[in-house]
Design a protein around this ligand. Structure first.
Ligand code: NAG
Ligand code: NAG
Ligand code: NAG
Length: 426
């Protein structure tokens, strides 16, 4: 078979697949009425329990994609997934300029059969391998699902969605066999939420509810793009009313919050203010909060003392953790083991606000009867002194408002007898 014929056979197979997808999922309902404009878009968040990675699922495309809060853009492994409507973006075009560090790439970069010299290239980043490589930028149609805050509603196409068509080596270290891409939720024009809110003319805002549950396959967490309400059944409350606000800071794609103090059971941990001055980065790719060595040492010392006051028995450390306890000496509560709380104190509107981390957000069970404080020593020269990781953010609603640059967060949902893990398909 010559390459010409081979290319046409491939294109034909892709056309069939795409036509099938388009015909199965109409933009009209059964009565033939046009679908109402969505007020919010829902995507599930699944957790790989063994690797502590969070990913979402685009059902129609059959692609799982890692969630990276700070990443600039979206990319899919093109050798696995590319539809017939995929179109390269040329360098210098308006679409290309939306990406921050775009450049022109030639044939040697493109993983495709045909070859164009003036293709727009954008950096894709693998956060686990800390590996960056220029990938071609293109437009694709993406199917998303609307929600009213309670249940999922309709499927909608987002046409001309900008994403990178990446080489398969980019997904190394991603969870499972099906995670073939990455969704960036950064403060950029080409991140997932920015493109979706701009396509549907929605408020530039998104909420994350990271699941802790091992059953996230059937009861996933959620990304809710644009506004609430935010219902977390079986609780009947709209969590919008439980949110407190703190400003977002930093000038990168990533999300930082100011941190005034860290408290353990209400007692301030003595830290020099210079150590806190850089604020705390929020990350969905770091599993456990990671601290500058000087913050970490002080925190562990105070934490162990506070635990002893509660008659909690310390046991030998289990790497990489620095404070482990005999779980038989810790009573159970609705928010997990009754260990000392850690409060993150941050500026609010006039008065300061606290993000309270309790039991299950603090402890990880490493073996039978042994739980450890799920916070890690980042060494003496980390890139960022404080990175809040996934385990500490689970089962809490986090709302990132890009128009006011404010983070709103709820108390632990466990206090309302609910969590981030539940089905929204009714
Ligand atoms: C791409 O540019 C190179 C170098 O200028 C040239 O040799 C090649 O023919 C060009 N390829 C195409 C497909 O235009
Ligand atoms: C989680 O990721 C690991 C490593 O990639 C993989 O072996 C495992 O199958 C994944 N689990 C699920 C449920 O996908
Ligand atoms: C949660 O459940 C506990 C025990 O069933 C109950 O005592 C408590 O009032 C409930 N809290 C809320 C906020 O519903």
């Amino acid at each position: 078979m010559n390459s010409h014929v081979k290319y046409h056979t491939m294109a034909y197979t892709q056309t069939l697949a795409t036509l099938l997808i388009f015909s199965l999922l109409p933009t009209f309902n059964a009565q033939g009425d046009e679908l109402p404009k969505p007020t919010a878009i829902y995507l599930p968040i699944l957790k790989n329990a063994s690797t502590h990675q969070y990913y979402t699922r685009f059902d129609t495309q059959g692609v799982d994609a890692l969630i990276d809060l700070g990443a600039e853009s979206v990319w899919f492994d093109c050798t696995t997934y590319r539809s017939v409507v995929y179109k390269r973006v040329s360098c210098g075009s308006d679409q290309c300029k939306k990406a921050k560090d775009s450049l022109c790439i030639g044939c040697r970069w493109t993983p495709e059969l045909e070859c164009l010299n003036n293709t727009c290239g954008v950096y894709a980043y693998n956060p686990f391998k800390e590996y960056t490589k220029v990938q071609e930028f293109g437009e694709e149609s993406l199917m998303v699902t609307s929600t009213d805050g309670k249940a999922i509603k309709y499927n909608h196409w987002v046409s001309k969605f900008l994403l990178s068509c990446a080489e398969s080596t980019m997904v190394e270290g991603f969870p499972g066999d099906h995670t073939k891409g990455l969704v960036g939720l950064g403060r950029t024009q080409v991140s997932l939420h920015s493109q979706i809110t701009s396509f549907f003319s929605l408020k530039p805002q998104f909420a994350l509810c990271l699941p802790s549950s091992l059953s996230s396959e059937t009861n996933p967490g959620a990304i809710i793009i644009s506004g609430g309400p935010y219902y977390m059944p079986p609780s009947l409350e709209d969590q919008s009313y439980s949110l407190v606000r703190t400003p977002l800071t930093g000038d990168s794609n990533e999300y930082f919050i100011y941190l005034d103090d860290i408290e353990i059971d209400g007692q301030r941990v003595a830290l020099s203010s210079s150590l806190l001055s850089g604020g705390a980065k929020i990350s969905t790719v770091v599993p456990y909060t990671t601290l500058h060595a000087s913050i970490y040492k002080r925190l562990i010392k105070d934490y162990v003392k506070a635990a002893a006051l509660k008659n909690i028995k310390r046991v030998t450390n289990v790497e990489p953790f620095g404070a482990c306890f005999d779980s038989m000496t810790v009573p159970k509560t609705i928010t997990g083991p009754a260990v000392p709380d850690i409060d993150l104190v941050m500026p609010g509107n006039m008065v300061s606000v606290k993000m309270k981390l309790s039991g299950s957000n603090l402890m990880v069970e490493v073996k039978k009867d042994v739980i450890c404080l799920a916070i890690i020593d980042g060494g003496a020269e980390p890139r960022t002194s404080i990175v809040l990781g996934g385990h500490q953010l689970e089962d809490r609603l986090l709302v990132f408002d890009l128009s006011t640059t404010i983070l709103s967060f709820s108390p632990s949902l466990l206090l309302s007898n609910t969590s981030c893990s539940h089905s929204r398909v009714f």
